[in-house]
Design a protein around this ligand. Structure first.
Ligand code: GLN
Length: 565
């Protein structure tokens, strides 16, 4: 039976044990699905492989819509600790996701929405709301068919809404986790209902190479994939991640043990530049193999578009001059994932100026404990103070801002870094010795940074900051205007609760601060600059979230160019 007959049978038996999550207007086969799962372990670049696959398919002219099903029970990623989980990435619509969505946006050069990131917590929330509203008509609500049904309806609705040729669904976690079991089951059902010609399963696995043996071993990968097969899912294509190129004998073993033809077992070893991955995958004909299973290879024949080659060329740098060294002064400096979008935005500048940038983490909690700022910032060409929350490390950051301002070192402040620059100027230029943010000292004598009026009414921590893409009015004839090509308005993404207290604006301006960006029609200050300084600029927004490989954010680029001088 083909997908169409199975689906018709299901629809005709609705009211029985089948729960039919088939949205109105759904046309079977109009949109096809690729489901990307992981085996052996997490952290092997499943998100990068999925987004590179999307890029390959996009390059062939397909309309591709990615989505990630995340296993954890948080309703969104907003409450996750960035040290444990990496940065919280904010979408234009204000939804807080994990860093993988940043990878997709940068790779596909496309703004994504809430539809492209679904956590288990959000699925349960929807189900419980429906149950409380009496939508299940007395039926007991179960994992199968209700949770699985919800997932199928989410992806089908995405297919309708996006009108995509292919929806690519990445499943968070690894095969064998309890948390994603029901997502895998839902997508197994999806393949059964839609037909194999409409749903392709890809598994990203890992080939180990223990140093004590010095050779590659495929057993863990075999077992992981067999577990998937045990759940009724036969992968169509396997991507073997590894440190060094995957040996032919390893691919043979994987193929034989998992019923996947050898030409569909693809080896992808570590690369230094992830932007070269789509091209590498294209050389392995990854896209072809996927399109073959979806019976789309005739419709989208072209392979070898020059756009992808150009993209890879422009996302490399050949390194003229010695690398610049940029300091990042934060408190989660143990893990680079915490500030991944900042590192990426700097990398985009690197492509633009064709010069390598190196980073140095400046741990501000250490400065608080007594380490000298001067020695910590020695040899740096510029310093970034990134976003952050909570009191720990704050005094260290203020000391860094002061040192950069007094010693003419380029300074870029991002969100919290904007507030930090103002606290330093208030204390050390305006002369308000006890100036602070009410986030760190609720009884501050001079609350130069205070909670946004709209935030005062809010209780709890989830999804309720001033969030997402908003317009910023740029003041003419300022540095901000110049670097943004005299644009009157720019749109950038926000994630904050506190702001520059409007009562202090005048005193700041008298001290030489130019507020070159503000919210249209409101007193919310969003960009500041010190025109006399070599480069001292900060924004209440996060320019790093909208920087793209071939279009570095303007503020980052201006900062890096100042560091070059
Ligand atoms: N903690 C500050 C605020 O809530 C800054 C937030 C941030 O840097 N994202 O306003």
């Amino acid at each position: 039976m083909k997908g169409k007959d199975i689906l018709n049978e299901i629809i005709s038996t609705s009211g029985g044990e089948f729960y039919t999550p088939i949205p109105d207007g759904y046309k079977l086969g109009k949109t096809k699905y690729v489901i990307v799962t992981g085996s052996v372990m997490s952290g092997i670049g499943k998100g990068t492989i999925s987004s590179s696959l999307c890029k390959c398919l996009q390059d062939r002219g397909l309309k591709v819509e990615p989505t990630k099903l995340e296993a954890y029970l948080n309703v969104d990623a907003g409450t996750l600790n960035p040290f444990r989980h990496g940065e919280v990435f904010v979408l234009d619509d204000g939804y807080e996701t994990d860093l993988d969505l940043g990878t997709y946006e940068r790779m596909l050069d496309k703004n994504l929405t809430k539809d492209n990131f679904v956590t288990s917590g959000r699925i349960y929330q929807t189900l419980i709301e429906k149950e409380r509203a009496g939508k299940y008509l007395g039926r007991d609500v179960q994992f199968i068919p209700h949770v699985t049904g919800e997932i199928k309806s989410i992806v089908r609705n995405l297919a309708i809404k996006s009108k995509a040729d292919v929806v690519v669904i990445e499943i968070g976690g690894t095969v064998g986790d309890y948390e994603n079991m029901f997502a895998l089951e839902a997508l197994r059902e999806l393949q059964y209902e839609e037909g194999h010609e409409n749903v392709c399963f890809v598994n990203v696995t890992y080939i180990m190479q223990p140093s004590s043996l010095g050779e590659q071993k495929s057993k863990a990968a075999q077992l992981g994939i067999k577990r998937l097969i045990g759940m009724g899912i036969q992968p169509d294509v396997i991507v073997c991640r590894s440190e060094s190129p995957v040996r032919a004998s390893i691919k043979d073993k994987i193929s034989l043990n998992t019923n996947v033809p050898l030409n569909r077992v693809i080896g992808v070893h570590d690369v230094s530049n992830i932007y070269s991955l789509p091209l590498a995958l294209r050389e392995h004909e990854f896209g072809e193999r996927v399109l073959e299973t979806l019976e789309l290879e005739k419709k989208f024949k072209t392979n070898g578009n020059t756009a992808l080659k150009k993209w890879v060329k422009e996302t490399s740098y050949f390194g003229k001059g010695k690398p610049l060294v940029i300091g990042i002064a934060g408190k989660y400096t143990g893990s680079s994932d915490t500030y991944i979008s900042i590192l990426k935005a700097l990398e985009h500048c690197s492509f633009a100026i064709d010069r390598k940038l190196n980073f140095k983490w400046v741990e501000t909690t250490e400065i608080e404990k007594g380490k000298s700022v001067e020695s910590e910032l020695k040899g740096l060409d510029g310093v970034i103070v990134p976003g952050g929350f909570g009191k720990r490390g704050i005094e260290g950051k203020i000391a860094v801002a002061k040192y950069c301002r007094e010693n003419n070192i380029p300074y870029l402040g991002l969100c919290l870094g904007f507030q930090i620059a103002l606290i330093d100027i208030a204390r050390n230029v305006v002369g308000l010795k006890e100036a602070n943010s009410t986030e760190f000292d609720p009884k501050a004598k001079d609350p130069v940074i205070d909670i946004l009026p709209e935030q005062k009414k809010i209780h709890g921590l989830g999804g309720n900051m001033r969030l997402g893409g908003k317009d910023v009015e740029v003041k003419p004839r300022t540095i901000a205007a110049k670097i943004h090509n005299n644009a009157k308005k720019i749109r950038r993404r926000f994630r904050h609760r506190f702001e520059c207290n409007p009562e202090y604006i005048e005193r700041f301006e008298k001290a030489g601060v130019v507020f070159s960006g503000k919210a249209p029609g409101e007193q919310i200050m969003q960009i500041l600059e010190l025109p006399k300084h070599k480069f001292l600029m900060a924004s209440q927004f996060h320019p790093e979230f909208t920087s793209r490989p071939l279009h570095a954010d303007e503020m980052f680029l201006a900062f890096v160019k100042a560091c070059e001088k």
